[in-house]
Ligand binder design. Structure first.
Ligand code: FPP
Length: 254
């Protein structure tokens, strides 16, 4: 029982854990999972060992988000720029979704989790895409946490795509330039239908967005930690949510 309470409250003080406000859980949390390579290097291991360990953190934090009642969890698993990495590392990263899903899909289904993918399918190896699409299919009717993998995702490419589609509508006379609003852009993004993240977490001490959800993060709270992704625990996750709950979100108002 104590362990369960502690898992829920996290550690803020040696004496009294500060409770999370269950009425103010971020609806959508997005995470830039960074530091796998450095975590491995510090241990004298190959970078891929870091990615493998990072996969276990994906499971840990998915379950933690589900327990908290988060509705959407978006994880930056592979960017459109990550193809520049050595071939062997890219190949390893492309095997992770199927490896993860072959181990975890059953439990995700038992927990009513819905798997989604946000990214460019055309460049993915068929074994990666098929595994993800199968998980998306099998969980489509689930109504719990939405686990959204940003896989081969890039925000600028996404925005250019939206601008092209809007331009076509303008050219065809379906939309007047002066009528273009936020909602037009949002509905042509890969995240269409998913609310903007309330909270962005980035691990590993880097303080940048790395082409991740640039439009959608306009009013998100940001939380950075030096902890490398493989070492990121449920307690760290609660620390981020606790800090989020201390912030006053004003959206440009007073
Ligand atoms: C960034 O760390 C991490 C990635 C590019 C890959 C993230 C992938 C995972 C955490 C596993 C994904 C799992 C599933 C199920 C899809 P880095 O390699 O850039 O670390 P570094 O900055 O320390 O080198």
């Amino acid at each position: 029982m104590f362990q369960r309470l502690r898992a829920f409250f996290g550690k803020t003080s040696a004496l009294l854990p500060q409770a999370l406000d269950t009425d103010n859980i971020p609806q959508h949390i997005a995470i830039i999972m960074d530091g796998n390579g450095r975590w491995a290097k510090n241990r004298g291991l190959p970078r891929i060992a870091g990615h493998h360990s990072g996969m276990k953190t994906v499971k840990r934090i998915t379950m933690a988000a589900d327990r908290l009642g988060v509705k959407y969890l978006t994880l930056y698993a592979f960017s459109t720029e990550n193809w520049k990495r050595p071939k062997a590392e890219v190949e390893f990263l492309m095997k992770l979704p199927q490896q993860f899903l072959s181990i975890e899909l059953k439990e995700l289904i038992e927990n009513n989790v819905q798997v989604r993918m946000m990214g460019y399918k055309e460049d993915l190896p068929s074994h990666t895409l098929e595994a993800v699409e199968e998980a998306v299919r099998q969980t489509a009717g689930n109504t719990g946490l939405v686990l959204n993998f940003a896989l081969n995702y890039g925000s600028r490419k996404e925005m250019i795509g939206a601008v092209r589609q809007i331009s076509e509508a303008v050219q065809a006379g379906r939309l007047a330039p002066q009528d273009i609003e936020d909602s037009h852009l949002a509905e042509h993004l890969l995240s269409a239908g998913i609310p903007d993240p309330d909270l962005l977490i980035r691990t590993s001490g880097e303080l940048r967005l790395s082409n991740f959800m640039l439009w959608q993060l306009a009013y998100s709270e940001m939380w950075f930690t030096d902890v490398y992704w493989p070492e990121f625990t449920e307690e760290h996750f609660h620390d981020a949510v606790r800090e989020y709950q201390r912030r006053a979100r004003r959206y440009g108002g007073l």
